[in-house]
Design a protein around this ligand. Structure first.
Ligand SMILES: Nc1nc2c(c(=O)[nH]1)N[C@H]1C(S)=C(S)[C@@H](COP(=O)(O)O)O[C@H]1N2
Ligand SMILES: [Mo]
Length: 194
């Protein structure tokens, strides 16, 4: 192998490692999971909805950031998708949670209870403008969490907002496994001495 080819190989490995550490710029996110109307939002779809502007301060590591963000309330986006609820379980909506995912796989969770206007009313925004500009390296949309001191849940390069439930519903499969074991148990009982 010539030294130029070796250099080329080294350069491509280096680039692969660097780009892997960086988040790809997001251009759309999905609203998925326990909702009646799953959706996909891009910049235009977000900008078409009623907007809210908030000035917030958060810690990015040790750096304090104060910025004015414009975006759509996360509760509005969830309302439009309609979060499914089970009326047969008391306050079932309060067992639900939202996972925000970035293009780099970074995730942060919010309980529906902290987001809903009748409960925590956290005022979380899906922001698409910062100080009069687009978000640059943070992709077309990121979360803004006014009540948080640290910026950890300001998920950037948003690619998905997923609704899930903390209530574990036993699968019918579990019952089948149990049922299929029963004849064997009866057989053992019948043939066990004493
Ligand atoms: N997609 C994604 N979002 C992210 C992170 C990340 O690694 N990936 N880091 C979080 C952390 S720990 C902080 S402190 C803030 C940093 O905010 P900044 O992008 O304004 O510096 O982004 C948050 N959002
Ligand atoms: Mo952070």
């Amino acid at each position: 192998m010539t030294s130029t080819r070796l250099l080329g190989l080294a350069a491509s490995i280096f680039l692969a490692l660097v780009s892997n550490a960086m988040a790809a710029l997001s251009t759309a996110f999905t609203v998925s999971g326990g909702v009646t109307t799953p959706a996909t939002y891009d910049q235009a779809a977000l900008a078409a909805l009623p907007s809210t502007t908030r000035t917030v301060t958060y810690l990015a590591g040790k750096r304090s950031v104060t910025s004015t963000f414009t975006g759509v309330l996360l509760t509005d986006i969830l309302d439009r998708a309609t979060v499914k609820t089970n009326p047969g379980i008391k306050s079932e909506i309060l067992s639900r949670y939202v996972t925000a995912t970035g293009s780099d796989g970074y995730k942060a969770v919010f309980s529906l209870g902290e987001l809903l206007t009748d409960f925590g009313n956290a005022g979380v925004l899906v922001a698409y403008r910062q100080d009069g500009h687009d978000l640059g390296d943070a992709g077309f949309a990121r979360l803004v969490v006014p009540g948080d001191t640290k910026g950890g849940r300001y998920v950037s390069n948003l690619v998905d907002i997923n609704v899930a439930s903390a209530i574990v519903t036993p699968l019918p499969g579990g019952f089948l496994v149990l049922a299929s074991g029963l004849p064997g148990l009866l057989f053992l009982r019948r043939h066990a001495g004493g």
